[in-house]
Design a binder for this molecule. Sequence first.
Ligand code: RRO
Length: 313
Amino acid sequence: MKKIDITASINGIKLPLCIMNASGVLCTTDQELSNLLNSYSGGVVTKSCTYKPREGNISPRYFEWNIGSINSMGLPNLGINFYLNFLEKNKINKPIFLSISGLSTEENYLLIQKANQSSKITAIELNLSCPNIIEKKEMLDCNFDGISNFIENIFRFNKKPLGIKLPPYFHDIHIKNMALILNRFPIFFVTCINSLPNGIFIDVNKESVVIRPKKGFGGIGGSIIKPFALANIHKFYTYLRKDISIIGCGGISSGKDIFEHILCGATAVQIGTQFMKEGVSVFERLKKELIFILEKKNYSSLNNFKGKLKNLQ
Ligand code: RRO
């Protein structure tokens, strides 16, 4: 039988498998990160970090049901020094994406400077899209001038491969504006999409919300967001420079879902809610399911179908 290649190259960053974890899920502590290093995942993404450790929001702050999840974690993390020390102490066997999410632009500059000093970090994933920070005064999501200035300043000093984790956009013009800004900079990748902000889930018996922070409002993930993830990936694929890779994230729970993300233009994918449900064994299962689909379709690599979604005639 023909050998099937499901490795990925994110603008030259080689992943032994195109599937990895999404930032936030089971990637905060020493134990969780060690588990990921020892798993089949093609890379390790760390929990978005701030300069100082944070407890995050009050519990319960995560809830899942059959087709979705809601969270208002509030950026709980052990602080950037913990992640840099973890990487120094452990044998690194795959690409490491350090996710950062400073509470201000100044904090983000500082975090990126620190990340630049570590030889263990393969790339920085700059999270511009956290939906749950109570103390955050400014959202950069749709402030295109703000984002443009911010990225321009970053590339005055940043030497590390850098990608940006984007929120879901719901209008073509927002995606186009964002892509045209990103195209002006030596960005390696974008990750599409973060959770859909400001959803609520209701417990009908209790007639109440299911998470405590922000009166029950939180970011929605899981299968129900897949159509929005696919749409954002596909639109960005049409507008972005071809050397900017897209990492698809949102609603993946099967090999078929991964196939769809790649068909829309993703180079690699991240698993959030389903990783939370299933633990590290999810990567091997998804790998097998993806290979099975490629075998059936007689494809030998992801490039055979990446971005080739067809329109109806
Ligand atoms: O920690 C969170 O509340 C959180 C973050 Br930083 C994020 O980027 N996305 C999300 O759904 N939750």
